[in-house]
Design a binder for this molecule. Structure first.
Ligand code: NAD
Length: 251
């Protein structure tokens, strides 16, 4: 119960890896806010948590819209009285169409940046006053190994996650004065319950060839590191990005 009395906002937790974070935070004592653009999914995950006997709130939110993020934060404070932990997990990811750089339209580019990087920025900005007032906060951003590999046909996504990586450094510097840590994880190759068009079986073979650990990742491979960064076990760490990548070679 290391998160007893902590309030944890997990964006994009209506499915996939975010759902796994939400469930484990709840099991370890946190009051969990399940935030997702897909409100039905958010409600389903909150109901799962409540069915296990833990408190949870579902808030349908578009993290790319400042007003929507502000409303989510206000609803959270009204329900649970504060925000101690923010996990910026939401992204346009499983639904993203891969395509050569020259074929990415400005609209597609802007949409991916607006959710993946601007959405992360907006959520950090909205919780910062609450965390500063409390003199405590844990922000965990979700970047990606593709920032280092520069994965082909993914330029919009790679750039958006590079911004998240860089924002982590910048906010760690600015928020550290008020006892707030800002760290990130860079996952790689995680299989979830959600089908994806972005990895074919052939690509999986070459991905595994580049990993030290020769297996596909699963959501449980992410949870421990993210909860570590959200806990007091990492209280002297900030501005770091942990590679959750099975020892992926980056050259
Ligand atoms: N699965 C992997 O291999 C992998 C690898 C590297 C990084 N990541 C990152 O990990 C995170 C979770 O990955 P996943 O596989 O569970 O992804 P996913 O696409 O299954 O889930 C993303 C969630 O974010 C939500 N979302 C999308 N746009 C939103 C918006 N505007 N506002 C609020 N919510 C929104 C979606 O509804 C969805 O529930 C993402 O940030 C992804 O980029 C995943």
């Amino acid at each position: 119960m290391r998160f007893k009395d902590r309030v944890a906002v997990i964006t994009g937790s209506g499915q996939g890896i975010g759902r796994a974070y939400a469930l484990e935070f709840a099991r370890q004592g946190a009051k969990v806010v399940v935030v997702d653009l897909n409100e039905e999914n958010a409600k389903a995950v909150a109901a799962e948590i409540q069915a296990e006997g833990f408190p949870a709130l579902a808030v349908g939110t578009d993290i790319a819209e400042g007003a929507s993020v502000s409303a989510m934060v206000a609803r959270t404070v009204e329900e649970f009285g504060g925000i101690d932990i923010l996990v910026n997990n939401a992204a346009i990811f499983a639904t993203l169409k891969m395509k050569p750089f020259e074929e990415i339209t400005l609209g597609e580019w802007n949409l991916v940046q607006s959710v993946n990087s601007t959405g992360t920025f907006l959520c950090c900005q909205a919780v910062a006053p609450i965390m500063r007032a409390a003199g405590y906060g844990r922000i965990v951003n979700v970047s990606s190994s593709v920032v280092m590999t520069g994965r082909a046909n993914y330029a919009h996504y790679v750039a958006s996650k590079g911004a998240v990586w860089a924002l982590t450094h910048a906010l760690a510097t600015e928020l550290g004065t008020d006892g707030i840590t800002v760290n990130a994880v860079s996952p790689h190759g995680i299989v979830t319950e959600v089908p994806r068009e972005t990895i074919t079986e052939d690509q999986w073979d070459s991905i595994l060839a580049d990993q030290a650990l020769k297996r596909r990742g699963e959501v449980s491979d992410m949870v421990g590191a993210v909860l570590f960064l959200a806990s007091d076990d990492s209280k002297y760490m900030t501005g770091q990005t942990l590679g959750l990548d099975a020892g992926l070679r980056y050259t």
